[in-house]
Design a protein. Structure first.
Length: 131
């Protein structure tokens, strides 16, 4: 290991840090509404489909995700700020959502949930007839 190889902005030497603690935080989300559905997009960098758990119970939609540390030939870290992390976010879902048809996909660090609206709350056009 090379001493003094990495320095902070204050030109102080970095001390090698090893930590086994897991960080937890709430990911930022966007919530969009169309005439047919509500879409939730959550930033979950480093998370794969295997690391995500989405559940709905009693009107509470919960997203939990985790990033595990890689163990395959890890280098010796001089400073490690990215490690095992857990994400958690919950939303109250009203009766206007068809909870049986909720779907989710993950791509490029973004988790997208599609919450279709129940037919009863979707706007519909009413034809007017001549009497």
């Amino acid at each position: 290991m090379v001493d003094n190889a990495i320095q902070t902005n204050e030109s102080k030497n970095c001390t090698p840090v090893k930590t086994e603690t897991r960080r937890s935080w709430t990911p930022p989300v966007d919530v969009l509404e169309t005439k047919d559905e509500v879409v939730i997009i959550a930033d979950v960098p480093g998370v794969t489909a295997d690391g995500v758990d989405v559940q709905i119970e009693n009107g509470l939609l919960t997203i939990e995700a985790r990033v595990e540390k890689r163990h395959d030939s890890e280098p010796t870290y001089l400073l490690r700020e990215h490690g095992a992390t857990t994400f958690s976010r919950s939303f109250n879902v009203g009766d206007g959502v068809n909870t049986e048809a909720i779907s989710a996909e993950i791509r490029d660090g973004k988790l997208t949930l599609h919450l279709p609206k129940a037919e009863a709350v979707k706007p519909r056009r009413i034809d007017v007839k001549t009497a």
